[in-house]
Design a protein. Structure first.
Length: 322
């Protein structure tokens, strides 16, 4: 009897999943943003939700679930019912950095528990200094750091986050000894950079922009392969002589791993169509971000590269969560 029923159960599940995929969606969809409302990721999520609502014919509602550097919200998506009615953003930190820091305490596996849909945005970061440092370019900063080992302080938006690890990557490749000062977010780090308590910092471009425009902060390098659209004259990492110092923050769109492929495909089509609109492209630019949709396979390959890179930095710099 069991031998008879087992194939029947599988067949029924397959049929039900296919029928659900064919009619999907029939009710509102929740898009989880794993950070508080009002931040850049919230802006990306709401723009994406608006466009996907128009294309799927059902409302896509943004729900903010913050905590643990984005891990809390992504874990919610990974453990959601596999029917496609809960989708969500995952940041570089939650998807590829925190697993190396949390180890066995990490509540999900990015490569087993999540189904990648597409890349939503890449947020460029920048290394900038206080004018009080008295340097005009990266070479000047490196020379100053080498002349006074352990005397320069650099800030990040948090211990173990991408801005911290980008700083570790820069100090390693530049061969300098600088002191990392972690903050609870980019805003307090900017306060100390403006006051001169920090000599330099690597943060998302958007946090620097108002102060660059007033001359209170001097940009030295975009830690990206391509120039910043809003600051095209600031050299990229390669142009500055540090081609490996790449730390684009990024956000991908995911569902739970067991969501049927046909439903994943519908979500992918609606998301990519939205991300290719001029409205979204221009709105992202104002946030210092660029759209660059990837196929699910391309996103997985990118995640593996990111995981290997940041895992090596975590190990070599002996980064620990306190």
């Amino acid at each position: 009897m069991r031998r008879f029923l087992a194939p029947l159960v599988v067949a029924l599940a397959f049929w039900a999943g296919g029928a659900g995929a064919q009619n999907y969606p029939t009710r509102p969809i929740t898009l989880v943003v794993p950070f508080p409302a009002g931040g850049p990721s919230d802006v990306y999520g709401r723009l994406l939700a608006k466009g996907m609502t128009e294309r799927l014919g059902q409302q896509v509602i943004v729900e903010n679930k913050s905590g643990a550097a984005g891990v809390t919200g992504v874990d919610f998506v990974a453990k959601a019912a596999p029917d496609g009615y809960v989708i969500g953003l995952a940041s570089s930190s939650a998807a590829t950095i925190m697993p190396h820091l949390m180890g066995s305490k990490m509540p999900f596996d990015s490569f087993k528990d999540l189904a990648p849909i597409t890349m939503v945005s890449r947020v460029q970061e920048m290394l900038a200094v206080s004018p009080s440092v008295g340097v005009d370019d990266i070479k000047g900063l490196v020379a100053k750091a080498k002349a006074a080992p352990g005397k320069l302080n650099y800030g990040s938006a948090g211990l173990g986050g991408i801005t911290h690890l980008a700083g570790e990557l820069f100090t390693r490749d530049a061969g300098i000894d600088a002191v990392h000062v972690p903050y609870r977010g980019a805003a307090p780090a900017m306060v100390d950079l403006l006051s001169g308590q920090l000599q330099y910092a690597i943060l998302d471009i958007t946090i620097f922009l108002p102060h660059i425009n007033t001359g209170k902060i001097k940009p030295l390098m975009v830690t990206s392969k391509v120039p910043a659209p809003l600051l095209p004259n600031v050299p990229t990492a390669a142009q500055a002589g540090y081609p490996n110092v790449l730390s684009d923050n990024w956000y991908g769109l995911y569902t739970a791993a067991a969501v049927p492929k046909a439903i994943q495909d519908k979500i992918y089509e609606a998301a990519v169509a939205t991300l290719k609109t001029n409205e979204v492209i221009e709105a992202f630019k104002l946030q210092g971000a660029v759209t660059g949709p990837l196929t699910p396979a391309e996103l997985v390959a990118f995640m593996r590269e990111e995981s290997a890179k940041w895992g090596a930095i975590v190990k070599s710099a002996n980064v620990k969560l306190e």
